[in-house]
Write a protein that binds this ligand. Structure first.
Ligand SMILES: [Zn+2]
Length: 278
């Protein structure tokens, strides 16, 4: 390995933020929080350990994911309830807000829509911040545990990965075959999962989630949503996934209705003209 004479000077160049996000439309968090405070639960879904379940949220409603019984991580997929082609875009959400989402951050949808599908309104783990390992909660880094990577790395045939759980849940919800449902399953938001990148090798790491029973994370649905949540076979993701080794617990999803929210309207689809220069 040959170091150029100005190697240190090149490394010392200061970074710039790829996507300064101060021009993004700001959510009315105070209004959202006030609506959440008066909202009532209209539906409750329990996600069994190592399984997934679906839920529907009307635009302007809320969904709350809660830890029950023990520390557990959830893998979340979101679709527009009337158009499976508009779905959560983990990579662009990461580019706009960072590796982990916080209160006030939006969950963005895929091209050509690219609009907020949901907004994070409440998080009982907001105290965690970024720990000394560089770890934080609610990641948009990880893609979801899946049987293909499991087979690639360990040769296993394991069927309770989040990917497969989400495929089965979506197939059951929409009356599709698993083969039809699978292409709609996409990179997730890892609710409650504590992750980061190692400083020395840049590898994706996970560590025991700080979530405890009673903790919750709540979003406003900016558009009508179909959601699917998997209770990851990794449990609190302190050791391993893609196996039945970890202790796993259910997750609870509550759908809440707050009635009319003054001043709120569903966001328009992205304003790019779609011509791509042609
Ligand atoms: Zn998983």
């Amino acid at each position: 390995m040959i170091q150029p004479p100005d190697a240190e000077a090149r490394r010392a160049v200061a970074p710039v933020i790829c996507y300064p996000n101060d021009t993004l439309p700001r959510p009315d968090l105070a209004g959202y929080s006030a609506a959440l405070a008066r909202a009532t639960v209209i539906d409750t879904v329990t996600v069994p350990p190592r399984e997934a379940a679906t839920f529907r949220v009307p635009a302007g409603g809320f969904f709350r994911i809660a830890s029950v019984d023990g520390p557990q991580v959830g893998d979340l997929n979101l679709w527009h309830a009337e158009d499976l082609g508009e779905r959560f875009y983990s990579g662009k959400t990461r580019a706009l807000h960072g590796t982990h989402v916080n209160v006030g951050d939006r969950l963005w949808s895929s091209f050509p829509h690219l609009r907020p599908m949901a907004t994070v309104v409440q998080d009982s783990l907001d105290w965690y911040g970024i720990d000394t390992f560089g770890g934080a909660v609610h990641d948009v880094i990880g893609t979801r545990c899946d049987p293909y990577t499991g087979h690639l790395l360990s040769g296993v045939q394991y069927h309770q990965c989040c990917h497969s759980n989400l495929v089965r849940a979506l197939a059951a919800e929409l009356g599709m075959s698993p083969k039809e449902a699978e292409p709609h399953v996409h990179d997730v938001l890892n609710v409650f999962m504590c992750t980061g990148f190692t400083r020395d090798t840049g590898q994706y790491f996970m560590k025991a989630s700080p979530v405890r029973p009673g903790d919750s994370w709540t979003c406003l649905a900016e558009v009508p949503l179909l959601g699917a949540l998997s209770a990851c076979p990794g449990g609190d993701c302190s050791a391993e996934h893609t196996s039945d080794a970890a202790a796993c617990y259910p997750l609870r999803v509550e759908v809440l209705d707050a009635g009319d929210m003054p001043g709120w309207a569903p966001p328009a689809r992205n304003g790019y003209d779609g011509s791509h220069g042609l």
